[in-house]
Design a protein around this ligand. Sequence first.
Ligand code: ACO
Length: 392
Amino acid sequence: MGDDSYKTETKKVEYSRGLEGVIIGESTKCFIDGEKGYLAYSGISIEELAEKSSYEEVCYLLLHDRLPSRAELKEFSEELKAYREIPDDVYREIRGSVRYGVHPMAVLRLAVDRLSIFDEEAEIFNPSANYRKALKLISKLNTITAVIGRAIKGLEPVRPRQDLNMAANWLWMFKGELPSKEMEKIFDIILILHAEHEINASTFSARVVISSLTDIYSAVVAAIGSLKGPLHGGANEDVIRLLEEIESGVGNGVSVEDIIISKINKKEKIPGFGHRVYKNYDPRAAILKKIAEKIAEKDENIKRRLEIGKRIEKVMIEKLAQKRIYPNVDFYSGIVMSYLGIEPRMFTVIFATGRIVGWCAHILEQLKDNRIFRPRIIYTGGEKTYISIDNR
Ligand code: ACO
């Protein structure tokens, strides 16, 4: 180079660590007011959707930016149902990978990759083929995750049913028995709450990958890989580990508060707390906490865990008030999922089961007005001269 161009070139653009505050495009899918703790999918508040809607209806809303008519919802749900079956080879992939003790999220990543081989439209890129692939992914991922849930316990898969909605069908495939109406409703709400969340790390990953105009499966595989991490969807699993650690540590004069304060003092991150965008209570956490409170009335284990959870929340909010740290979606979701008989290593997989629609909605939106993502990075490596290998 011989001049300072390497120093100045990348300083022409603003640098934001972790892309904080950077706008990467426009979207009609989701709005978050982090100051107020407000969340809406395509304009409708999450509280209303959790109370009045269904996961299928939310899927339609996110893909079409409007609520369906009764007839449209019926047709849409039927189309999703028609895609429920997965190829035998995907079952084998799942069974094969669980043998090696692979994390369920890694199994999911492998299974979705394998699924792409059996989609004859995988490399057809017109809008209607892309939309169909989105529906196939939403429907088949639901089956795949239930199969993973059984496979990790050494159980044979249970085939999907055509007479159940997505929430009930998932619980049927996972447990091999029909869920109660209460369980079905709770699971439906879990799927709704995880369906979409603006441009988080996994959704951004999906948009970055699809922006090269590769296939949708590649983008979803990338999103699954991103969601798996403990700073993102993986935190829900860590919350239960924290609760277990506290349950076994409390006593002998040590309190929940002592344990949390000691972790804060050691600068440990407490899973299920904090958020890049929310500087107030995550509305999804508030909904899940209410559900946990309701089920705690009839389940002693949930009650005990919830008590601990609330004490952690209190001390976190008090101690980290200046940093405006509140519970996020991952904090109470595990407590609720455990009521449904879902074990911690499956929590992030359930997150993905709901989020698949958000990823697909963003992928289709990106494709409508695509420009490849190609940011810059500041070079800090200095200038060096080439020294021949004999002289190094
Ligand atoms: N526990 C303790 N302190 C925290 C926590 C936490 N959970 N979260 C943030 N802080 C502190 C940080 O230590 C930092 O303090 P400092 O300024 O003194 O260094 C400050 O708050 C800002 O935190 P950052 O890590 O810079 O925030 P960022 O926006 O980069 O990260 C994240 C957000 C990853 C969610 C972070 O809060 C975290 O690691 N939380 C725990 C993991 C978790 O729950 N992830 C799930 C997020 S929601 C989701 O993806 C579904």
